[in-house]
Design a protein around this ligand. Structure first.
Ligand SMILES: [Zn+2]
Length: 173
């Protein structure tokens, strides 16, 4: 998206990023207004697919919270209260994998209650409801005559050097 923009000088580059972001926000705002499902469409689709896969898993229950879920190739540990599955997807992605859904359905619970709020359609709508502000081209920008003062700090550029004492303390502690 910004490949050709990388060659631009700083102000046109920032403008290009702002314009692209404005367009994306507007597209997503329009999409968000027509959302009728509880979660955004891509997550609804993932949940449907995982639910379908979950039907092929075998669930062995250890407690109300812990399960072993056997898929065709392996056995996974699922802990409902911590949204944990040993495949790692539930924690990484924020919605239940097929193994987790197998355990959730085994407990007669609703997989929708185990999805991160970030995927909620209301959350999506809220994210894109405030537009990126519009800007005229540079010749219409208001000129500010104030001189830009240098920072008041006298710290030299770069990483501060550690004092010999600090280095010595690190070694002996
Ligand atoms: Zn899993």
């Amino acid at each position: 998206m910004f490949l050709e923009a990388r060659a631009l000088p700083p102000i046109p580059l920032i403008e290009k990023i702002r314009q692209t972001t404005m367009g994306k926000f507007n597209e997503r705002r329009i999409v968000s207004e027509s959302l009728e499902t509880r979660f955004v469409p891509s997550i609804e689709e993932q949940l449907r697919g995982n639910r379908e896969l979950a039907r092929r898993h075998r669930v062995r229950q250890s407690s109300a919270d812990e399960f072993e879920v056997e898929s065709s190739r392996r056995t996974l540990k699922v802990i409902l209260s911590s949204w944990f599955c040993s495949c790692g997807k539930w924690m990484a992605l924020g919605y239940p994998c097929s193994h987790a859904i197998a355990a959730i359905l085994h407990q007669h619970l609703d997989p929708y209650d185990f999805v991160s709020d970030y995927y909620d359609s209301d959350c999506y709508r809220e994210t894109y409801q405030d537009p990126v502000v519009t800007m005229p081209s540079q010749e219409y920008w208001v000129r500010v005559d104030d001189d830009l003062a240098p920072p008041t700090s006298r710290r030299p550029p770069g990483r501060p050097k550690k004092s010999a004492l600090e280095v010595e303390m690190k070694v002996y502690h």
